[in-house]
Design a protein around this ligand. Structure first.
Ligand code: FES
Length: 131
């Protein structure tokens, strides 16, 4: 459970269709500005439980219309988090509850923290050491 609000960003810090990342207790999250709103999700793909991005801050498809998972290409609505194409159609990203004070956005206290995403790189390194 998150005990206190955590500052995320000021809306003016982001251009339209730009994302920002943050990690709270090893739980990464991201937020995307669209139409002067901010939509935030835990960075954990519902398909395989891995982070969606492989480059810092890169969460959108080429047209910057959808959130896209870099692992298998699933695409999600920015405002809904719903997967509209790919291997997990109909599933949703897990939304992060935000609080807004003026133009400042905070990750809201009193929300459940998800399990950290699967770290494929660490898993692969551990597998190599075992063999
Ligand atoms: S892990 Fe995201 S589409 Fe497969």
């Amino acid at each position: 459970m998150l005990k206190q609000d955590v500052f995320l960003c000021n809306l003016d810090d982001l251009d339209e269709q730009e994302a920002i990342e943050l990690s709270i207790d090893q739980r990464p999250l991201f937020a995307v500005r669209q139409n002067d709103n901010l939509y935030a999700y835990w960075n954990n793909c519902p398909h395989a439980g891995v982070p969606l991005n492989w480059m810092p801050g890169k969460f959108l498809d080429l047209d910057k219309t959808f959130i896209q998972c870099s692992a298998h290409g699933a695409i999600f609505g920015i405002d809904t988090g719903k997967c509209v194409a790919g291997p997990c159609v109909g599933d949703h990203l897990s939304r992060v509850a935000l609080k807004q004070k003026d133009n400042n956005f905070y990750v809201a206290a009193d929300q459940h923290l998800p399990n950290p995403p699967i770290n494929l790189r660490a898993q692969a390194l551990a597998d190599l050491e075992d063999n």
